[in-house]
Design a protein around this ligand. Structure first.
Ligand code: NAD
Ligand code: ZN
Length: 428
């Protein structure tokens, strides 16, 4: 396995080897029943401390087998009138039943929606924990892949749930990456006109991005995510042990969204990522926490994407989605967003006064995380331009384009034309 660099190396170290390894987790407590503190007290001999921060509680505890101080973070994410906990830590899958039991009382039937890559690895542990807590889970396994995030798939899952006797008292657990998060969330939004949704993201992208904010949906032949609903989760559980089995290319997709968050909202995180500093034991968890906070703070200001506040999250995505679509999804979302961010920076230099040097700094950072900064040779620009018109970010033919005047801030511009985009593509 080639050595990884920086935070990726930290991620690899923390995850017990390379992200491609399938090693078993040794850390983390099991069992426990009520609040984080008593859970940790009861199950782990060396409970160290807990610290209440503004919106989150960090529980530090001692994992006896590894002699590493571990922590579980609980963040309160807000969206309009809703508020939900996001738990981040190690070994959380084994306690999922109790965690959900704190929010939804058994006996309740539930559907665990997962895919063919994730279910064989993690569904049994989740089912066991839910059953032990008094719930009645049924597993619905769907084929892995973006092409299966469809209305037909959502309908067929609902039919299976109805045939198995699930009703309006039931709830849905989405166990998987962003595809499963979006699909299971959409099912939860429409099943019996809406049942609770528990997000259990198993990719870095899903932890830092798609599981937060309540956007759910499916793709159509006309484009991605064109049908959907805003349906906030009841609880989000990020078990970072699940990232151990993530292929490296998939892990990178998450870093594209993390770098996007840094560009639009957190100059310090941008610098930290550049410096590649940080303590190995806490970095990945802290990084996920910081990104959950960034996304949920932005969503809290504009839950339904109406005032433009939430739109800044689309930085790099207008052109990114065009590239993704034009490549027939062979270029993955995060890779396309990486290219889209480079193009958006070029446009920001023209339209928002972004200093030239920032483009080089961003390109350097993206490359360090193995993300592309140039289009493949002979990639058709026209296909990208054609694909753009399917994007939801076009309103009445006008482009809602997100620009950045400096790292750490972003704004919507109505000043960007198709010619600007064409020009940026030529330089990409
Ligand atoms: P994904 O869900 O397709 O997962 C990528 C691949 O990794 C899949 O093959 C999956 O089966 C596999 N996988 C997942 N977890 C694994 C694990 N722990 N070990 C091994 N393999 C694992 O893709 P993604 O990048 O997580 O999510 C992309 C999706 O998220 C897109 O559909 C996108 O539209 C959506 N998204 C939604 C939002 C939102 O706000 N709702 C935001 C961003 C992205
Ligand atoms: Zn994205």
């Amino acid at each position: 396995m080639p050595p990884t660099r920086g935070i990726q190396a930290i991620a690899a170290a923390m995850l017990g080897g390379s992200p491609l390894d399938l090693g078993e987790s040794e850390a983390g407590g099991g069992g426990g029943s009520s609040s984080g503190i008593s859970y940790l007290h009861r199950n782990v001999a060396g409970f160290v401390n807990s610290e209440r921060l503004t919106d989150s509680t960090v529980f530090l505890f001692w994992a006896p087998k590894t002699n590493i101080v571990q922590s579980m973070t609980s963040i309160q994410a807000r969206a309009g009138a809703h508020s939900y906990s996001v738990l981040i830590g190690s070994g959380l899958l084994a306690t999922i039943g109790e965690r959900i039991g704190e929010k939804l009382r058994p006996p309740k039937q539930c559907a665990i929606i997962s895919d063919t890559h994730v279910a064989p690895r993690f569904a049994e542990e989740v089912e066991k924990s839910l059953s032990a807590a008094g719930f009645q889970p049924m597993l619905v396994e769907v084929s892995a892949g973006e092409q299966f995030k469809t209305l037909e798939q959502a309908g067929s899952i609902c039919e299976r749930m109805l045939h198995s006797g699930l009703d309006r008292q039931s709830f849905v657990v989405g166990l998987g990456g962003g595809v499963i998060g979006d699909l299971s969330g959409f099912v939860a939004a429409i099943f019996e006109r809406g049942v609770p949704h528990v997000q259990v993201p198993t990719t870095l992208l899903a932890m830092v991005d798609s599981s937060i904010g309540g956007k759910t949906g499916v793709n159509t032949t006309a484009g991605k995510n064109l049908l959907g609903a805003v349906h906030q989760p009841t609880l989000v559980i990020d078990d970072i042990d699940t990232l151990k089995t993530l292929p490296r290319r998939v892990l990178r997709q998450g870093f594209a969204e993390i770098i996007k968050h840094a560009v639009i909202a957190d100059a310090k995180m941008f610098q930290d990522l550049k410096n590649e500093t940080g303590s190995a034991a806490v970095s990945l968890q802290t990084l996920i926490q910081r990104n959950v906070e960034i996304k949920s703070n932005i969503v809290a200001k504009d839950e339904f994407d109406r005032t433009g506040g939430r739109a800044v999250l689309n930085f790099g995505h207008t052109i990114g989605h065009g590239i993704e679509r034009a490549s027939n999804y062979e270029i993955l979302h995060g890779e396309a967003v990486s290219l889209g961010m480079i193009a958006a920076c070029m446009i920001s230099i023209q339209k928002a006064g972004l200093p030239q040097g920032t483009l080089a700094a961003l390109a350097d950072l993206l490359q360090r995380f193995g993300l592309p900064i140039r289009l493949p040779e002979r990639f058709s620009h026209q296909r990208i331009l054609d694909a753009l018109k399917f994007d939801k970010k076009f309103e009445n033919g006008e482009i809602r384009f997100v620009v950045t005047p400096k790292i750490g801030s972003a704004q919507l511009s109505r000043d960007v034309t198709m010619d600007d985009i064409r020009e940026a593509l030529q330089a990409l």
